[in-house]
Design a binder for this molecule. Structure first.
Ligand SMILES: *[C@@H]1O[C@H](CO)[C@@H](O)[C@H](O)[C@H]1NC(C)=O
Ligand SMILES: *[C@@H]1O[C@H](CO)[C@@H](O)[C@H](O)[C@H]1NC(C)=O
Ligand SMILES: *[C@@H]1O[C@H](CO)[C@@H](O)[C@H](O)[C@H]1NC(C)=O
Ligand SMILES: *[C@@H]1O[C@H](CO)[C@@H](O)[C@H](O)[C@H]1NC(C)=O
Ligand SMILES: *[C@@H]1O[C@H](CO)[C@@H](O)[C@H](O)[C@H]1NC(C)=O
Ligand SMILES: *[C@@H]1O[C@H](CO)[C@@H](O)[C@H](O)[C@H]1NC(C)=O
Ligand SMILES: *[C@@H]1O[C@H](CO)[C@@H](O)[C@H](O)[C@H]1NC(C)=O
Length: 495
């Protein structure tokens, strides 16, 4: 085990001890717990580079989807305001023998849906739900009100820019399930990519009007693995079939797990430079601690103790955000603000566990024995594989002409902007457009740098780990520019 392993071990072990206290942060909590097991001394997790499993797209994989699209149409979600776009929700079977099915929620564009691209959004974990975070708390058209039973319309929903598909993946996450319970013990990056791919080819059969549409994948956090791995699987299968089975044009990942060594080093450097931990602690953790070894100097333990104390009373997913002080539902909905309520995870959990909501969503049709959770309690304990880096995949995409954007909310302390900068530096790309401020609504939305080969890096100013939750306007501008393939605006005036 190398240096990187040690750092991962420390940071993630510590986080898992106290993060349970903070609502709405479960996504990172799961990631941290997972990273701990990934790098422990006797780890069983395969950390070698990713390679796709070949999926022969024939009638064993693609099933008839006749009539299923109309069955999936959602008339109206409970407590939902009136809207003029279509919503669908339902299951796609990806393994008939095992009885494994993934749940999706799909919102068509608010206008010109026939022309708009198709965008798949994935959340991380491993094991966290894109319905919980992506759809209900970040970029979907609605937000759950504080009463836990009604919805409010979001002003900056991404379905102004695309037809947006949210997928709960892998099986065991959210409403997605397998009838073969041993499936939950064989999860991992490779199986997730293959299952997501099988989902997509079947979903496109159910919604054939999207088959030839420009297709993009975006996601955050541990989806820094899922998104590139699915993209690689798509490219690989297109190549092997010698035809465009899926018309993938680009990927975008935010506050993403990219390269464990730089991700970890960047975390401590970020926390020190943002005056959360001392420079001494960051330096000691980065240079003195060696967790491949059982015996570490006292200096290392002191640094860790300091670090635990320093971060334990703040929301590390958005270092300047208030905490959820009263997680009770309210009898009447509180007035919504542009920035998400820190207790929103509680509202979403209440809403998605309501029987009438599940019925409207066409979810939980097999009456699962456990509650719906934003991050799965059942799958990640036996995660089989997780490469230590996904940089080779990013290089592959650039070489194949895919658009690749990496964004970062600059107040996240879990996969901070410093980590992302270190990881991009590791890619050795030459600069095409030097670092510049980009504008949204008369203000700096963040900073951007464009690299030769087709990679754009963009920060989003004053956004935490879940960027669209904290800066919905800037996030919508970001996705629009990504999908249009246009540079982020260099001047205050909007083009
Ligand atoms: C649907 O509503 C949105 C915003 O409310 C509006 O911009 C759009 O033009 C409407 N589309 C149709 C087809 O009426
Ligand atoms: C799982 O089992 C239930 C109950 O037998 C069945 O209704 C359902 O269709 C099965 N799921 C899949 C994906 O085959
Ligand atoms: C791939 O398809 C193209 C166009 O259909 C054809 O010209 C080419 O020979 C095919 N290549 C292989 C390896 O089958
Ligand atoms: C960390 O400890 C292991 C086990 O004792 C040792 O093999 C390795 O060389 C050490 N690494 C560093 C960077 O000191
Ligand atoms: C939340 O609800 C519980 C149970 O009804 C109650 O005991 C508690 O005082 C409430 N908390 C706040 C901060 O109002
Ligand atoms: C599914 O439905 C059952 C029965 O209504 C309920 O007890 C369970 O919490 C639900 N589970 C999920 C994951 O939605
Ligand atoms: C990056 O570039 C440096 C200097 O040109 C070279 O030594 C190094 O091997 C390169 N690293 C990668 C990952 O390509």
């Amino acid at each position: 085990m190398g240096k990187s392993s040690c750092l991962a071990l420390i940071s993630f072990f510590i986080f898992s001890l106290f993060m349970a206290e903070i609502d709405g942060s479960k996504q990172g909590q799961v990631f941290n717990k997972f990273q701990k097991s990934k790098y422990k001394v006797d780890s069983q997790v395969d950390r070698s580079d990713f390679n796709a499993q070949e999926v022969v797209v024939d009638n064993h994989i693609v099933h008839s989807q006749k009539g299923l699209k109309e069955k999936d149409r959602i008339d109206k979600l409970p407590g939902q305001p009136q809207v003029n776009f279509s919503q669908y929700g339902g299951y796609v079977t990806i393994d008939k023998l095992a009885g494994r099915a993934l749940y999706y929620y799909f919102v068509e564009s608010q206008h010109s849906k026939e022309k708009m691209p198709l965008l798949l959004w994935l959340n991380g974990g491993p094991g966290c739900s894109s319905l919980a975070y992506g759809a209900m708390e970040e970029l979907g058209p609605f937000r759950v009100n504080s009463d836990g039973k009604t919805l409010a319309k979001k002003r900056y929903s991404w379905n102004y820019a695309a037809n947006v598909l949210f997928l709960e993946s892998p099986a065991g996450v959210g409403f997605s399930y397998s009838n073969k319970s041993s499936d939950y013990d064989t999860s991992g990056d490779r199986k997730t990519a293959t299952d997501n791919y099988k989902f997509l080819v079947n979903w496109l059969e159910r919604f054939p009007e999207y088959k030839k549409r420009d297709f993009y994948i975006a996601g955050e956090s541990y989806a820094g693995h899922y998104v590139p791995q699915l993209a690689h699987t798509i490219l690989d299968n297109n190549k092997k079939a010698n035809k465009t089975i899926i018309n993938l044009k680009g990927i975008m990942i935010g506050n993403a797990v990219i390269n464990d060594e730089t991700d970890n080093r960047g975390t401590f450097d970020y926390l020190a430079s943002h005056a959360i931990i001392s420079d001494q602690a960051a330096n000691d953790i980065n240079t003195v601690c060696n967790f491949s070894s059982d015996a570490n100097p006292i200096q290392c333990q002191t640094a860790i103790d300091e670090y635990v104390r320093d971060v334990s009373f703040i929301d590390i997913y958005n270092i300047y955000a208030p905490l959820c002080s009263n997680p009770n539902l309210t009898a009447l909905p509180k007035k919504n603000t542009i920035v998400i309520d820190p207790c929103s995870g509680v509202y979403t959990h209440a809403y998605l566990n309501r029987a009438n909501v599940q019925e409207a969503l066409h979810a939980n049709i097999t009456k699962l024995k456990y509650d719906w959770e934003s991050c799965s309690d059942i799958i990640f304990s036996k995660w089989g594989d997780s490469p230590s880096t996904i940089i080779p995949l990013l290089h592959e995409f650039l070489n194949n002409g895919l658009r690749v954007w990496i964004f970062s909310g600059d107040t996240d302390g879990v996969v901070p902007v410093t980590s992302t900068k270190y990881s991009i530096k590791k890619m050795n790309l030459s600069t095409k457009t030097a670092w510049y401020p980009w504008f949204f609504d008369g203000e700096v939305g963040g900073y951007a740098e464009v690299y030769n080969g087709g990679l754009t890096f963009a920060t989003v100013r004053e956004a935490g780990h879940e960027v669209p939750s904290y800066q919905p306007g800037r996030a919508l501008s970001l996705i629009m520019h990504f999908l249009n393939g246009t540079p982020l605006p260099t001047t205050k005036r909007q083009p």
